[in-house]
Design a protein around this ligand. Structure first.
Ligand code: GDP
Ligand code: IMO
Ligand code: MG
Length: 426
């Protein structure tokens, strides 16, 4: 069997949580491979909305095993809160959730360092979620991090102290106030809680599942344009959010990767700083934000909104090897009589390009648009056959441009508001 990968092609918040939950019954295993509590994955069913940060989005499907892979950075405090929130739903989380011993621990000083570094950047701040992502990956790459498996070792408290001492030295140079006694206590409580879960050698676990013939879905966090290597550096997150990240974040060999589901909104959003060529800083942008309820699932910050951006989608499709496209939030575009699609970029030297320039952060990119007629009717509750012709035109236009079949259209936040389709270009 293969590992299918589902990941965001834009700047995150494409609707990954919803679709992983929709697809999970087809899979024996759902595995997160990177990121951490910066993610906010929303699932909706039976009139209830759930936001998951670190727990894979297959958790509500009783037959699905859920893995937090080695590529993830895990904050035990956030983890404890998340599990406690789930307690009223009668899920067998202690049996269905497996956590890699090789995943990196986020400790409270990582969050403080995140704050300190952002403050020091001033105007150039990344707009981080301040969950300690950058500093914890920094420690991992700097070979001084702590891992989940370390909490089981007898010298954990000594190693924890050693790392916090290093962090305090840096924090002393910044003006951050905190109550260490409180932070340490809630961390150590959460670490004890974490010990009650199945801490595993996840690379063996995943590969044994593959040998048994299990179906596995790898769930991405963030989006390809926030990737540490391929995103708009430095306005990115600190992990590889692309398909290759599923290999390193789970211990899966590249030839085991199967379908790559690339998920995108029918328009674009971004939260935090950094370039956004099609951003609408006008009333249309406001309307998108309002209609799409574009406020961060983790931080509640308003998301920046704009039209769809094909050069950047093509880039993400290329880097990820996307085999199927899933289009989200088509219903939100119902408010517009005309829909714009950015097909090219005009660069400051007048050149028209389909590529993202290296100097994307400093370059003044002007989007070149094609306009399509909007459908202007609500989509919620419609079946594939009832889809308005203008929506079909939009889908065909995107498929022709992107050269990948669009096999799913989402028309609302609920599980049921999902149309699976067979593409003519499949
Ligand atoms: P993720 O981080 O990729 O899982 O996405 P988020 O959960 O952060 O953001 C997606 C938001 O859009 C959530 O509030 C979802 O409930 C909502 N959503 C998902 N699909 C649709 C859709 O097709 N239509 C509408 N209107 N909302 C959707
Ligand atoms: P999901 O999985 C949208 C953004 C932050 C910031 C940058 C760096 O829900 O799609 P970090 O906290 O990683 O230091 O922030 O990345 N960011 C996200 N934006 N969705 C996310 O996750 C994000 N995770 C991080 O806003 O610009
Ligand atoms: Mg999100």
């Amino acid at each position: 069997m293969k590992v299918d990968v589902l990941l965001g092609l834009q700047w995150g918040d494409e609707g990954k949580g919803k679709i992983v939950d929709v697809l999970a019954p087809k899979y024996d295993v759902v595995a997160r491979f990177q990121g951490g509590p910066n993610a906010g994955h929303t699932l909706e069913f039976d009139g209830i909305k759930h936001v998951l940060h670190q727990i894979p989005s297959g958790i509500f499907r009783p037959k699905t095993k859920n893995i937090i892979g080695n590529g993830v950075v895990l904050d035990p405090i956030v983890f404890k809160t998340e599990i406690e929130k789930l307690s009223k739903y009668n899920l067998d989380v202690k049996s269905n959730l497996f956590i890699s011993k090789k995943a990196t621990l986020i400790i409270p000083t990582h969050r403080l360092l995140d704050q300190a570094y952002e403050l020091a950047k001033g105007e150039n701040k990344i707009g981080s979620t301040l969950k300690g992502i950058g500093p914890s990956y920094q420690d991992k790459i700097g070979r001084q991090g702590l891992r989940i498996g370390d909490i089981l070792s007898s010298d954990f408290s000594g190693r924890f102290k050693k790392l916090t001492d290093i962090h305090f030295e840096i924090l002393n140079k910044h003006n951050i106030s905190f109550n260490w006694q409180e932070l340490e206590k809630s961390f150590l409580d959460a670490v004890s809680f974490l010990k009650e879960f199945k801490l595993v050698d996840s690379e063996y676990f995943v590969n044994n599942e593959l040998k048994k013939g299990s179906t596995i879905l790898a769930e991405g966090a963030q989006g390809s344009l926030l990737d540490i290597d391929f995103g708009s550096y430095p306005f990115v997150t600190s992990s590889n959010t692309v398909t290759a990240g599923a290999c390193t974040g789970l211990g899966v060999a590249p030839h085991h990767i199967g379908e790559v589901y690339g998920i995108f909104k029918a328009y674009s959003t971004r939260v935090g700083s950094g370039p956004f060529p099609t951003e609408l800083l006008n009333e249309e942008g406001e309307r998108l934000r309002k209609e799409g309820n574009e406020f961060g699932s983790t931080t509640g910050r308003p998301r920046r909104c704009g039209w769809i951006d094909l050069p950047s989608l093509k880039y993400s499709i290329m880097i990820n090897g996307v085999t199927q496209l899933l289009m989200m939030k088509a219903d939100v575009l119902s408010i517009f009589p005309e829909i714009k699609v950015c097909t090219h970029y005009e660069l400051s030297n007048g050149k028209i390009s389909e590529e993202i320039p290296y100097e994307v952060v400093n370059e003044k990119i002007k989007p070149v648009y094609s306009a399509l007629k909007g459908w202007n009717i609500p989509l919620t509750g419609l079946s594939e056959k009832q889809m308005p012709p203008e929506l079909l035109d939009y889908i065909f236009f995107l498929e022709q441009e992107l050269a990948v079949p669009i096999t799913l259209i989402s028309t609302g936040p609920d599980r049921s508001q999902t149309i699976h389709r067979v593409s003519k270009i499949a």
